[in-house]
Design a protein around this ligand. Structure first.
Ligand code: GLP
Length: 222
């Protein structure tokens, strides 16, 4: 793992936006994995500012979001629209988010996996970190071999995310680990989880530790 410490949240956001935009410059057809949550908001702000000011950069980019709540709310889709998609030149056909309102959720999970595979896999995955070490909605105890699946949300996660949803669809840990490169973002409020990750101990009780198995992980902490 490649560790980088940013001076503060603004610097973390700036650095993450640079990594995202550099990846698009290197490969305009890149497939990105994208997170929701408070942590990536600053990154999206800077990406939008840069893309609207300088050039149109998302024309051939494909995105896959990590997760979505089960139910009709489409909370994460709406989040992504308001923070990123509504402000950039992405083709809506290239935007992918699990459909938490699908009538058959297991079929939706299988469909999502097929779409990722059909796009050639994820080139660069951005991740946030739950206080309990979760990545996407893979809560402690999730098998590292998991693929996109439906999960019940823990009380602590529902409280942290202020959501009424009880379940979510999430990429599995194996799905995430297949990304060719990963950038993990963690602000100062995740210090305890970051220290645990830094210790190097790998356990399914601490989902983010699966990243120790990946050869190309960049962690930015503030
Ligand atoms: C949610 C999301 C995760 C995210 C985590 C941390 O549970 N499903 O993908 O990483 O929250 O969110 P925040 O950045 O708001 O702390």
């Amino acid at each position: 793992m490649n560790w980088e410490t940013a001076a503060d949240y603004a610097a973390l956001s700036q650095r993450a936006a640079e990594l995202l935009l550099d990846a698009i410059r290197r490969d305009p057809r890149i497939v990105l994995g994208l997170p929701t949550g408070r942590t990536p908001v600053g990154m999206y702000e800077r990406v939008v500012a840069e893309c609207t000011r300088a050039y149109h950069c998302f024309r051939d980019v494909t995105t896959f979001n990590l997760d979505e709540y089960v139910g009709p709310s489409r909370e994460y889709l709406n989040f992504m629209k308001s923070h990123l998609f509504d402000h950039i030149d992405i083709d809506p056909a290239n935007v992918h988010i699990p459909d938490g309102a699908a009538p058959d959720l297991d079929a939706e999970c299988a469909r999502y996996e097929r779409e990722i595979a059909a796009a050639g896999g994820i080139g660069l995955m951005f991740l946030g970190l739950g206080g309990n070490g979760h990545i996407a909605f893979n809560e402690p105890g999730t098998p590292f071999a998991s693929r996109t699946h439906v999960v019940p949300l823990r009380e602590e996660t529902r409280a942290a995310n202020a959501t009424a949803a009880t379940h979510a669809i999430t990429m599995g840990i194996a799905t995430i680990l297949e990304s060719r490169a990963v950038v993990l973002l963690a602000g100062a409020n995740k210090r305890a989880a970051i220290e645990r990750l830094r210790s190097g101990a790998v356990s399914e009780e601490f989902p983010a530790s699966a990243l120790s198995w990946h050869r190309n992980v960049h962690v930015i902490v503030a």
